[in-house]
Structures are given as structure tokens and as C-alpha cells.
Design a binder for this molecule. Structure first.
Ligand SMILES: Nc1ncnc2c1ncn2[C@@H]1O[C@H](COP(=O)(O)OP(=O)(O)OP(=O)(O)O)[C@@H](O)[C@H]1O
Ligand SMILES: [Mg+2]
Length: 271
């Protein structure tokens, strides 16, 4: 390839703001010129370099802005350790059609079975595809909503929390919630209903949510909205955290009890 053509390619990649491709260009052209790389593959590698850097940047931004607590990927998830997790369903969810359709995902199961891992890996996949994502534990979320309410800024905070196309709400059921907190959470969830997808995790079955939220009627209305368009992954098994100490680990619990009859359209996946 002539130096002029090489320079023109460089200028074009710079003009298109493709720094990843620009950086990889010389090496790709060297392999193409020496006959190691067919033309089609060379183009694929240039574009692939751009996409890799773009995804890395998106992920960095998401880690900063979305408050994701760790990087967890589906490829790091050991399905053989947790056979109750349906691999095909998880792979399907990672194609992110559920975000297009504004459906929800709920991971239920005892401690350490991978609920947060799988919720985060969905959020990371979405962030890499350019979706705005947000992560919070239920306790943190309620704290922010209460703070906003006290400061007279609830409508603004609710708008901020409704806008991400994917929100992960982790750890429903571990910490007690005030009545006001539960009402604020309900307000958020009814605004996100049919507007954007939410991924929730809980160590308790839906039958215990009335107790968690201190109000059976409100919990029922919340679950009804949540389950209208929802994928449920019910995980049962041993904690991955204590996998090397099986004899100390609590015995696997029974799966959470069946869900109240959903209104319509629920995609229930029993493990
Ligand atoms: N099947 C698995 N393969 C690989 N790593 C796993 C698997 N399950 C869990 N882990 C890892 O074990 C740790 C605990 O998992 P995770 O935090 O997802 O559990 P959890 O179900 O959210 O538990 P808790 O209810 O206590 O929050 C994490 O570091 C996670 O990455
Ligand atoms: Mg967790």
C-alpha cells in the first residue's frame, strides 16, 4: 500500500473519530500487505478495533456514572456450579431484547448464588451497547429518594431515576424499609412501568414482599406491575462464596414460593 493511501486512511479514521481503529491500522495493513490477512478480514479487524475501544470507554463511563459495584460478565459465570440457572434463558436475556420491549427481570434466590453477578452482567452488556444504566441497592435507592423528598427535590430525582433504559435494584429483602421509603419506591416503580426495564434481585419470594415493604396492598400492586412483562430466574443452590467450605455452608433453601397469579404476559422461568 502506498504511503499516500495509508495517510488518507489515517485522516479518514481521525475524521470519523475512530481512535481504536487508527491505533490498530498500521499493524493490520502490515499483515494485509504481507498476504497474511485477506481484505475482508482486514476491514473486519479495523472495525473490530474501533468497537473494542468504544465498548471499553462506554464501560468506563458506566462504571463511573452508573455506580456499578464490580465488573461481572456472563462469560465468568460458571453454569456447572449453578445448574438451576438456565443458560439459554440467560444468553437470550443478554441479547437485550427485553430492554427494547421494556420488560423486567427478577433474580430470586438465597445468598451467594449469583443474583448480583447476573444482574450486573446484564447492565454491563447494556452499557457496552450504549444504553444508559444505573445500579443501586434498594436501601441506597430509598435513602436517595428520602433525601430528595426532604430537600423538596423528589420530582427531579424521580425523573433522573426513570430515565435510564436499564436500572438494577439489588438486595430487596435484606434491610428493613420504612413506610415512607416503601411508598417512594412504589412511586418510582410505577413510573418505570412500561417505560423502561428494571432488573431486581431478592433473597425472598414474592409472598414475603408484603412484609418487606410493610404493606401487603402496596406490595401486591408493585408485584402486579413488575410481573406484567417479566422474566423470572429462580435460582436454588449453594453459595459460590463458600464453595470451598461446603460443610459450613447452609443447606440450599427451597426456592421462593410460587408467585401470585400474574396479570398477563409474564414469562416465568422456574429452575
Ligand atoms: N456460578 C458462578 N460462577 C462464577 N462466579 C460466581 C457464580 N455465582 C456467584 N459467583 C460469584 O460469587 C460472588 C457472590 O455472588 P453474588 O454477589 O452474585 O451473589 P448474590 O446471589 O447476589 O448473593 P447475595 O444475596 O448475598 O447478595 C460474586 O463474586 C460472584 O461473581
Ligand atoms: Mg447480591
Amino acid at each position: 500500500m502506498t504511503a499516500t493511501l495509508r495517510d488518507r486512511l489515517r485522516e479518514q479514521l481521525a475524521d470519523l473519530k475512530m481512535p481504536g481503529a487508527l491505533e490498530a491500522l498500521d499493524e493490520i495493513l502490515r499483515r494485509a500487505d504481507s498476504g497474511q490477512l485477506p481484505a475482508g478480514e482486514a476491514i473486519g479487524e479495523v472495525l473490530g478495533s474501533h468497537i473494542a475501544l468504544r465498548n471499553q470507554r462506554r464501560l468506563q463511563t458506566a462504571m463511573r456514572c452508573a455506580r456499578l459495584p464490580a465488573v461481572k460478565r456472563l462469560s465468568d459465570f460458571d453454569f456447572s456450579f449453578q445448574p438451576s440457572v438456565p443458560r439459554e434463558q440467560l444468553e437470550n436475556l443478554h441479547t437485550l431484547g427485553f430492554i427494547e420491549r421494556r420488560e423486567n427481570v427478577v433474580f430470586l434466590g438465597p445468598p451467594g448464588v449469583g443474583k448480583t453477578h447476573l444482574a450486573i452482567s446484564l447492565a454491563i452488556t447494556a452499557a457496552e451497547r450504549g444504553r444508559r444504566v444505573y445500579y443501586a441497592t434498594l436501601a441506597d435507592l430509598i435513602m436517595w429518594l428520602e433525601e430528595a423528598q426532604q430537600a423538596g427535590q423528589l420530582p427531579r430525582r424521580l425523573r433522573t431515576l426513570v430515565s435510564p433504559s436499564l436500572m438494577v435494584i439489588d438486595e430487596i429483602g435484606y434491610l428493613p424499609i420504612s413506610r415512607t421509603g416503601a411508598q417512594l419506591f412504589y412511586q418510582l416503580m410505577s413510573r418505570r412501568y412500561e417505560h423502561a426495564s428494571t432488573v431486581l434481585t431478592s433473597n425472598k419470594g414474592f409472598e414475603a414482599w408484603g412484609e418487606i415493604f410493610g404493606d401487603d396492598v402496596m406490595a401486591g400492586a408493585l408485584i402486579d406491575r413488575l410481573l406484567h412483562h417479566c422474566h423470572i430466574v429462580n435460582i436454588r443452590g449453594n453459595s459460590y462464596r463458600v464453595r470451598h467450605h461446603r460443610e459450613l455452608a447452609p443447606r440450599p433453601t427451597e426456592p421462593p414460593a410460587p408467585t401470585p397469579t400474574p396479570r398477563r404476559g409474564v414469562r416465568r422461568q422456574e429452575a
